[in-house]
Ligand binder design. Structure first.
Ligand SMILES: NC(=O)c1ccc[n+]([C@@H]2O[C@H](COP(=O)([O-])OP(=O)(O)OC[C@H]3O[C@@H](n4cnc5c(N)ncnc54)[C@H](O)[C@@H]3O)[C@@H](O)[C@H]2O)c1
Length: 345
């Protein structure tokens, strides 16, 4: 492939996040052209048909993933499908000679992660990236660079939280059937951040607990709506995580990194914008409603980074080993939640 050729990409999964990726790929990612979409649901394909027509393109829509992979000239696929499908769909794409971007987490099963890595190793010319979107957020990137430059001395502790605004419809209860639970679904982002910001240490022991503050019906999936965890690493570094589905005020994702000479905090106030309201209740700001708004730019940067790496034949910093390690720690957190015991890794 010549270095600067436009990539022809197909999107698989047109649900909550798939549509966002599709809209970005349609018009906002330089060097990529969305040429095909796949979903087993006719209503989602209808949405895609309308969207393609807005851009005056011929829609190539597939209900079957194998048929999309056979689409003539396709270079890469974007998998935005239920997590349980990720490993097999990545492997199929690699075997069909396609580059793969896949949403997080890589899998809920460690053996599956290893099967994906083994298949990827058989296709070194193909790129695979798992969507840990926070690494591509401008503030997290800045924090990372400052740590590299020694701004806080030696970083030794991360506190990181992923807290969603409460959704009275309980979308996340239905989602819990396939998401792997709150730690593998939400804290997996914080796990990846902690490893990245602390210089990729190995996790050695975790302890997790949780509660069902509002949604007792999560019990059927052995899940909680608020979970906390501690993770100890081999070099003495530590991380603590908090994940919640029940925030009253908005989507509240933040991270604090403490070092021997200082501390960095990313996103301590999940403000919607720079407006402050001062009235009889005091001084306050409105908050971001969801991760879509908080990470809107990061979703675009993430996809552009992947596309550029393919077109310019550059190495991706975010690897399958990173994604496997995030799953390994996430599984241990879930085990600890269920057993009430610390888990050694
Ligand atoms: N990076 C983030 O912050 C973030 C946020 C939300 C979701 N996610 C991840 O994105 C993935 C999808 O989540 P979602 O919220 O969009 O879920 P969703 O249920 O809204 O969408 C899933 C999509 O997959 C499609 N699908 C199901 N089976 C399929 C098959 N066999 N072949 C092709 N398509 C199939 C469905 O039709 C649907 O379009 C999950 O892995 C989730 O963890 C990541």
């Amino acid at each position: 492939m010549s270095r600067a050729r436009t990539l022809k990409v197909g999107i698989v999964g047109l649900g909550r996040l798939g549509r966002r990726h599709a809209e970005n790929l349609m018009s906002r990612v330089a060097g990529a052209e969305l040429v095909a979409a796949c979903s087993p649901l006719p209503a989602e394909l209808e949405w895609a048909r309308a969207m393609f027509q807005v851009q005056l393109q011929v829609p190539h829509l597939y209900a079957d993933y194998g048929a999309l992979l056979a689409h003539d000239g396709l270079d890469a696929v974007f998998l935005v499908t239920p997590t349980s499908l990720h490993p097999q769909q990545i492997i199929q794409a690699l075997q069909a000679g396609k580059h793969v971007f896949c949403e997080k987490p890589l899998s809920l099963d460690l053996e599956d992660c290893r099967r994906v890595s083994a298949e990827a190793a058989r296709h070194p010319q193909l790129k695979v990236m798992i969507g840990f979107v926070r690494r591509f957020d401008a503030s997290y990137q800045d924090a990372y660079k400052k740590i590299q430059q020694g701004a806080i001395g030696a970083p030794f502790m991360v506190y990181s939280q992923t807290c969603d605004q409460y959704d009275p419809d309980g979308f996340f209860v239905k989602f819990a059937a396939t998401s792997g639970g709150i730690f593998l679904d939400c804290s997996v982002h914080d796990i990846d951040l902690a490893r990245w910001l602390l210089g990729n240490p190995q996790a050695v022991r975790v302890y997790a607990g949780g509660t069902r503050a509002i949604h007792q019906d999560l019990q059927q999936f052995q899940d909680v709506d608020n979970g906390v965890a501690i993770c100890e690493f081999d070099n003495g570094k530590i991380a603590t995580f908090y994940a919640s589905r029940t925030m009253a005020h908005g989507h509240d994702t933040m991270t604090e990194i403490t070092g021997t000479a200082g501390r960095l905090t990313v996103g301590s106030n999940p403000r919607k914008n720079r407006v402050e309201i001062a009235d009889v209740h005091g001084v306050r700001n409105e908050c971001l409603p969801s991760f879509f708004e908080r990470f809107e730019d990061a979703f675009l940067t993430e996809v552009s980074t992947f596309v550029d790496a393919i077109r310019r034949e550059q190495k991706l910093e975010l690897t399958l080993d990173d994604a496997t390690e995030a799953t390994r720690i996430g599984i241990a957190l879930r085990e600890s939640l269920l057993s009430g015991q610390a888990v050694l890794l």
